[in-house]
Design a protein around this ligand. Structure first.
Ligand code: SF4
Ligand code: SF4
Length: 348
């Protein structure tokens, strides 16, 4: 199917049509920050920045999610809406992050027998979702999606690829679900040849704005070789272990499970956690295998660029740059990677 166009004046009609079948999410302001929020026709959206302050992972993996409730009569499944979710305005890096998370929650490899685990809470939401991904026409200086197979106009993880082209949105279906929804929406019209040429020009302009990638080949092996090297002391020296990088990251997915109860009734809740917190790995005995900051920083880097790729052949980082933007001490993951690559060449 070719590209179609949506006149921006018909945006409310588009959301109205989509809402008939889906709960629709789009970037909006909450307390001065941008995040993905449920929207209805006429609601204000905010596309001012290519990267929302909070990533869209919370739509499918909420910061706090009730798994089940219990009382004297037994255990009951948590109530869910069962409406499929459509997300509008998800950038290329974020659409790719959902594919990465889906490998963990949707078909995780269970060691050592290679069985697959499927998280029902994630799957119910993600499998029926519809992702309208957004091209970045003006990437930020903190964006490095091109380092690891992405790009400002990459279509990975999307059902429909959308380009903001002035007065219109140009849309190109990417998946079968995308073809189906584009065929159903009456507010769309066929794009012209000039529209497609404009989309291609915006793509090449955006690509040219990206900074060149260092040589990341064999990064996982290089990291493994440096596991016991003193470089981690230097890298982690200024980290205050606040966890902001992991909470803002679209691919970080560590969680804790807690019971919130009173008397004989309560609920079991899954809550985001962070490997950067000192008590994250504290065991009941009091022993903590990652008591030092350098061990925790190393874990975060190793997980993203060595352990995850060992299982899934892709790094667990989309280069969205959020961790670069939020770190209160300017610990820039791009500089960390460059330092590791340079150190590796010098030492190994
Ligand atoms: S945001 Fe920066 S200081 Fe905070 S835990 Fe992450 S790397 Fe450390
Ligand atoms: S590690 Fe940083 S750049 Fe990579 S996906 Fe997470 S927040 Fe984005």
């Amino acid at each position: 199917m070719n590209m179609v166009r949506l006149d921006k004046q018909k945006f409310d009609d588009f959301i109205r049509e989509l809402s008939a079948e889906y709960s629709v999410y789009a970037p909006g302001k909450v307390g001065g920050k941008t995040e993905f929020i449920p929207v209805e026709p006429g609601d204000e959206t905010d596309f001012t920045s290519p990267v929302t302050d909070m990533s869209p992972k919370g739509i499918f993996f909420p910061p706090a999610e009730v798994l089940f409730e219990y009382d004297e009569d037994g255990v009951r499944a948590a109530e869910t809406s069962h409406r499929p979710i459509a997300v509008w305005g998800m950038r290329s890096c974020d659409a790719r992050s959902l594919v990465m998370l889906d490998r963990v929650f949707g078909s995780a490899i269970q060691m050592p027998d290679d069985e697959r685990f499927q998280d029902p809470y994630w799957k119910e939401k993600y499998d029926s979702s519809l992702i309208f991904g957004f091209a970045c026409n003006e990437p930020l200086s903190t964006c490095f999606c091109n380092w690891f197979g992405g790009g400002p106009h990459n279509r990975g993880g999307m059902d429909v690829f959308v380009v903001d082209a002035g007065n219109v949105y140009l849309m190109e279906p990417v998946s079968d679900k995308g073809i189906e929804i584009i065929g159903k929406l009456s507010c769309l019209t066929d794009a012209a040849e000039e529209d497609e040429a404009l989309a291609a020009k915006l793509a090449s302009d955006a690509e040219s704005m990206m900074t060149a990638s260092p040589d990341t080949d064999g990064l996982g092996e290089r990291l493994t070789a440096l596991y016991d090297e003193p470089i981690w002391e230097e890298i982690s020296a200024k980290c205050v272990n606040c966890g902001a990088c992991t909470f803002s990251c679209p691919t970080c997915h560590c969680f804790d499970v807690q019971d919130e109860g009173r008397g004989k009734k309560g609920k079991r809740v899954r809550i985001w956690d962070s490997c950067m917190f000192p008590i994250f790995t504290m065991e009941a005995s009091g022993h903590n295998p990652r008591v030092l900051s350098r061990e925790r920083v190393r874990q975060r880097v190793m997980h993203k660029y060595s352990y995850y790729p060992e299982n899934y052949e892709e790094v667990l980082c989309t280069g969205c740059g959020r961790c670069v933007m939020v770190c209160p001490v300017n610990l820039d993951i791009r500089e960390v990677l460059k330092k590791i690559i340079a150190y590796n060449e010098q030492v190994i």
